[in-house]
Ligand binder design. Structure first.
Ligand code: NAD
Length: 263
């Protein structure tokens, strides 16, 4: 199936590694022009060269800390200058730190709100004028299965990420008349650098090893294994593409069936 992304102008934030990087690479494979950002340029530039070498399509890199509104505004200005507009925004950021309620200091809460929720607000605000001018505008927020089912030891994610899904759903209602689709994607446990850290945190908390925690996590998935970043990226890119033009306001899990609810 042709996803209709040839020449599309795409921004993927927090994309130097993991799910963001895999998603950016897949967009490029589909013929899109892609901007990637994260806080440090060196890792981004290495990734960009590797993608360009594989696909031959342009990839631009800008340093941006998505918790800093002025940097986000500059990112959007640089993006539309580089791409000549914007069709797709993929909202991603690093995950908030692990911890139970009693282990988390007060400042960790504000930092997590800035990282997870306010970054989405500032990115959408800065992107909207450009998306309104696009004939195939789409926004996707990378959140987590924690928005529907709390994950052990991820109090900040469990508490704050549902607000992002609420924001995307609200925007899907408000901006439908402008032809802009807003969706959320909810990864389950997917093999990336972040998951190495999470397994380490669980092992310290439970006095086990990261490998034991990884095996437990795989056992909890009906498919019996963790997901790959490529499996995630395939779905993310489809949701943003014109091939999914009637999919609006959904929160789609890519979790191997791990969530127990029927909703
Ligand atoms: P990761 O930690 O491997 O990568 C995060 C990326 O975000 C990196 O490129 C990092 O440089 C960038 N980043 C972090 N803070 C930033 C900031 N302030 N400004 C700009 N860039 C920043 O994470 P991942 O596994 O790829 O996950 C991506 C998102 O999905 C995270 O929010 C994560 O919590 C969430 N998630 C991941 C999983 C999983 O199993 N991998 C599951 C559920 C949710």
């Amino acid at each position: 199936m042709d996803l209709g992304l040839r020449g599309a102008r795409v921004l993927v934030t927090a994309a130097s590694q993991g799910l963001g990087a895999a998603t950016a690479r897949q967009f490029s494979r589909e013929g899109a022009q892609v901007v990637i950002c994260s806080r440090r340029l060196a890792a981004l530039q290495e990734l960009a060269s590797s993608i360009v070498q594989e696909t031959g399509n342009p990839v631009f890199t800008f340093a941006c800390d998505v918790t800093q509104p002025q940097q986000v505004e500059r990112l959007l200005a640089n993006t539309v200058t580089a791409l000549g507009g914007l069709d797709v925004l993929v909202i991603n950021a690093g995950g908030p730190p692990a911890g139970t309620f009693e282990t988390l200091a007060g400042e960790a809460w504000q930092a997590a709100v800035d990282l997870t929720l306010m970054s989405a607000v500032t990115l959408v605000r800065a992107a909207l004028p450009h998306l309104k001018a696009s004939p195939r505008a789409s926004v996707l927020a990378i959140t987590s299965v924690s928005t529907k089912q709390p994950v052990e030891n991820l109090t900040l994610s469990n508490a704050i990420r549902p607000a992002v899904v609420g924001l995307m759903k609200t925007l899907s209602l408000e901006m439908g008349q402008d032809g802009i689709r807003f969706n959320s994607i909810l990864p389950g446990v997917t093999e990336t650098e972040r998951v190495n850290d999470l397994m380490q945190a669980r092992a310290s908390k439970n006095a086990t090893t990261p490998d034991e925690e990884r095996a437990k996590a795989a056992q909890a998935v009906p498919l019996g294994r963790l997901g790959t970043a490529q499996e995630f990226a395939n779905v993310a890119v489809f949701l943003c593409s014109p091939a999914a033009s009637y999919v609006n306001g959904v929160a789609l899990a890519v979790d191997g069936g791990a969530m127990k609810g029927t909703w």
